[in-house]
Design a protein around this ligand. Structure first.
Ligand SMILES: Nc1ncnc2c1ncn2[C@@H]1O[C@H](COP(=O)(O)OP(=O)(O)O)[C@@H](O)[C@H]1O
Ligand SMILES: [Mg+2]
Length: 139
């Protein structure tokens, strides 16, 4: 599925749509350059899963992983940009709970996660910088 997201609201609406289709065990890999909207989309997804439109969803850039307990089950939001070595990903336990919904930015840092993805979202800033282009693949 390919779509143009003209503004932040469109990104949030896509997050709500995606959240409705996710279930425990889904591993969503969010790809795209810095500022493409990976965290913005993850935030929108997590807020819907949590049933809390105002939920604080920080970028897990420094913590690497941020867990949430939601009515839809455990949700893990990770950003592997600062992962030192692909082998360190095991210590984060991202794949330890088969019932969790996992959202991962910079999964490219840990190829086993890219392999495990059930949904891949590519976000891109189009030439000119207005809006975002998104491509979603279910594996
Ligand atoms: N559809 C959109 N059109 C324009 N700007 C957007 C859109 N969706 C999100 N943004 C903005 O793009 C930026 C994305 O930042 P962020 O989600 O932190 O990116 P990333 O996690 O990919 O580095 C935010 O400033 C957000 O407001
Ligand atoms: Mg981010």
């Amino acid at each position: 599925m390919e779509r143009f997201l003209p503004d932040d609201a469109a990104t949030a609406a896509l997050g709500a749509e995606l959240a409705a289709s996710l279930k425990g065990g889904d591993i969503v890999v969010l790809q795209g350059d810095l500022g493409a909207g990976k965290t913005a989309l993850a935030r929108a997804i997590i807020r819907i899963l949590a049933g809390d439109p105002a939920l604080e969803v920080p970028s897990p850039t420094f913590a690497l992983i941020q867990p949430y307990d939601t009515p839809r089950g455990p949700v893990l939001h990770a950003d592997l940009y600062r992962l030192g070595d692909p082998r360190e990903v095991d210590e984060l336990g991202l794949l330890d709970n088969p019932g969790a919904i996992v959202l991962v930015e910079w999964a490219e840092r840990a190829p086993e996660l890219v392999e495990a993805a059930t949904v891949t979202v590519h976000l891109a800033i189009p030439p000119g910088g207005v809006g975002r282009q998104v491509l979603i693949e279910r594996n």
